[in-house]
Every structure is written in structure tokens, then in C-alpha cells.
Design a protein around this ligand. Structure first.
Ligand code: GLP
Length: 260
């Protein structure tokens, strides 16, 4: 894992640089998109670069990490709608090429299996953006998730529902109990993973992910097994890291041509 500790805006620029470089090299790249507040700076940066004519997403396709079960098509917090508003509507990415698990499917296991197949058929995810929950979840893989899991239905923890109540008028009762999420093995199949975290509320989860034992209790720790993970943190999210100074020195000394 590469850990980069910089102000949030700078980490957003670094992530956007990696995405633009990927699309330059591979105009039909497959992106993995995440909802939540952590990647919003990246989406702003991508929209800005698109407006400046620096990047086109016309050939790109995208897969979402997760989706709430049961939210109506038009519900603003349906993750597909969130990603359209936050990113897709601001760039030239064709909404028809943006795929997400179907939280309204009648046959949920079938919908999950089809989603897995769709990712494979697209050639796999080239670059996956991720946030991390305060309990160490990625996607909606809550503590206890199988490290080998694939897309499936999960029950959200009370903590995650409380964390996400801010998107539902601060009313935790309106946060769905269930979601469909790419599994930890699905996420791990992406070729490059770029995880962003900001603020002290994420510090313990980040420490466990990077420096703790690999354990289903901290699902993001599975990323220690991945050969190409970039962890982009602000000072708050990095506050609990044991090797913070080493990560800072390593990034400072890094040859620029390497990118993320
Ligand atoms: C949500 C999402 C995750 C996200 C996480 C952190 O539950 N399912 O994909 O990474 O919470 O959210 P935020 O980035 O808003 O802190």
C-alpha cells in the first residue's frame, strides 16, 4: 500500500491525475465509482478538467460499489442518482454506461450474479475509487464480511445507519436496513484501488486498514493483499498511523514519473 498524507484538495488532485492518466492511456477504461463524501473532491476536480477540455469520458464505462435496497427509482439518495448528480451529469460519461447493483430487483441473488458478470464482461475495473466507513467498511462490506465475498445483500450496522442519516434529513429511521454491495473479493479484483479518507473520525479505521492484522473485523484490511493500492489521507485521517513519518518521507522522495 502507498500512503499519501496531504491536504484533502491535494489528494483529490492526485486521484484525478491518476484517472486522467488512465483514460489517456486507455480511452475505454472502466472506472469503479464510490458514493459518500470522501470522493467528492475528486469528482469536482474531474468535472473541472472536463470543462477545461483536458479529459473526455466518452469511451469510459463505470460500475458502482453498492446500492440501497428498496429506494424508489427517483429517490435522491439512491446511489445511482447520487452518482449521476455528483459526477455523471457534469461530464460526458454516458449514463447508459454507468452500472450499479439493482436495489429494486425481484430476484436479488440473480441480480447480484448478473452484476458480477457485467463487471467481468466489461473487462474488469481498471481503477476503483473507495471511501472507508468509520467501522472499516468498504462498499457496504460491514465488519464480519467474508474476505472472499462477492456482490450480495448485506444488512447495515446501526453505526453505518447513524453515519448515513445525514443524507436522510438526519432521520435514522429513513435509512434502509439493507443494501447490495460488491464483495471484498469483487473490489479486490480492480487493477488499481484509490482510497480516500478525511477527518479524525476515520483515523482508527485507517490505522486498522493499513497497519492492523488482515481481519474481517476491519474489512478494508483485505486491501493489504492487493498489489496496487493508493491510500490518500488528510492529517486527521492519518492521525493514528504508527508509520506516518515514514509514509511522508517515502512520498516526498518518490520520483515524479511514478504517479500513484
Ligand atoms: C457509505 C458508503 C461507502 C463509503 C462510506 C464512507 O456507507 N457505502 O462507499 O465509503 O460510507 O462515507 P463517507 O465518504 O461519506 O465518509
Amino acid at each position: 500500500m502507498e500512503v499519501v498524507i496531504k491536504p484533502a484538495q491535494e489528494t483529490a488532485r492526485l486521484a484525478a491525475d491518476a484517472i486522467v492518466a488512465l483514460i489517456d492511456a486507455k480511452p475505454d477504461a472502466v472506472l469503479g465509482l464510490a458514493t459518500g463524501s470522501s470522493p467528492l473532491g475528486v469528482y469536482d476536480e474531474l468535472a473541472k478538467r472536463h470543462r477545461a477540455g483536458e479529459v473526455s469520458f466518452a469511451g469510459v464505462s463505470a460500475f458502482l460499489l453498492d446500492e440501497y435496497v428498496g429506494l424508489a427509482q427517483e429517490h435522491p439518495q439512491r446511489y445511482r442518482n447520487v452518482i449521476l448528480t455528483e459526477l455523471v451529469d457534469r461530464i460526458d460519461l454516458d449514463p447508459a454506461r454507468v452500472h450499479g447493483p439493482d436495489g429494486l430487483a425481484q430476484d436479488i441473488p440473480l441480480a447480484c450474479a448478473r452484476y458480477e458478470q457485467a463487471i467481468v464482461d466489461a473487462g474488469g475495473v481498471d481503477l476503483q475509487l473507495l471511501g472507508i466507513g468509520t467501522d472499516g467498511h468498504i462498499g457496504f462490506n460491514e465488519p464480519g464480511s467474508s474476505l472472499a465475498s462477492r456482490t450480495r445483500i448485506k444488512t447495515l450496522t446501526g453505526q453505518t445507519r447513524v453515519d448515513n442519516a445525514r443524507f436522510f434529513d438526519d432521520d435514522v429511521d429513513r435509512v434502509p436496513h439493507h443494501c447490495l454491495t460488491q464483495g471484498l473479493a469483487t473490489i479486490s479484483a480492480a487493477r488499481h484501488i484509490v482510497l480516500l479518507a478525511q477527518g479524525g473520525g476515520k483515523a482508527e479505521a485507517v490505522h486498522q486498514m493499513v497497519e492492523g492484522p488482515v481481519s474481517a473485523m476491519w474489512p478494508a484490511s483485505i486491501l493489504q493483499h492487493h498489489p496496487h493500492v493508493s491510500v490518500l489521507l488528510d492529517e486527521g485521517a492519518a492521525a493514528r498511523l504508527q508509520l506516518g513519518d515514514y509514509y511522508r518521507q517515502a512520498f516526498q522522495a518518490k520520483p515524479e514519473w511514478q504517479g500513484l
